[in-house]
Design a binder for this molecule. Structure first.
Ligand code: AMP
Ligand code: ZN
Length: 143
């Protein structure tokens, strides 16, 4: 627990939240400033800032909760779809430094955008550059 972390304080019960799911490792609650009805945040109970800080077992429980909750959230608000995403680090727009997945219900014609809209201008990458990037990632995964 990090004393000055708002999500740790929610996990600890010090700050109220509309909790919709809890297990030994994960808590899910409604976003206080929702982008859509049913906008839900899914957090590991342990304090980790970004996904890279979460140990493998924590990643598994986090994804398991996201996986099971997403259709439940969609159905609860009669959504047509959802965006499930992490603002993973400050440069990506993360404001609360306790890793959290967003489940954002989407509705036909809601005027929202796909996740492709979150990045800046598309980079111009040659075939060689794409090959090199793919190799770098694949090699690092193998290590
Ligand atoms: P992010 O930009 O990914 O860090 O998003 C943080 C999210 O946390 C925002 O969507 C906020 O509306 C939400 N949020 C901040 N404080 C609270 C709180 N006390 N309870 C529920 N949601 C919160
Ligand atoms: Zn925290």
């Amino acid at each position: 627990m990090s004393e000055d972390c708002i999500f740790c304080r929610i996990v600890d019960g010090e700050i109220p939240a509309r909790v919709v799911y809890e297990d030994a490792d994960v808590l899910a609650f409604l976003d206080a400033n929702p982008l859509a009805p049913g906008h839900t945040l899914v957090v590991p109970k342990a304090h980790h800032e970004t996904l890279r800080d979460v140990p493998p077992a924590g990643g598994e429980s986090l994804f398991a909760a996201l996986h099971s909750l997403t259709p439940v959230v969609e159905d609860a608000v009669d959504a047509d779809a959802s965006n499930v995403a992490f603002n993973n680090g400050e440069a990506a727009g993360q404001e609360v430094p306790h890793v959290h997945g967003h489940i954002i219900p989407r509705f036909d014609g809601d005027g929202g955008r796909p996740v492709h809209a979150v990045a800046g201008d598309r980079p111009e990458l040659s075939e060689d550059e794409l090959d090199a990037i793919a190799d770098d990632i694949a090699d690092a995964v193998d290590e």
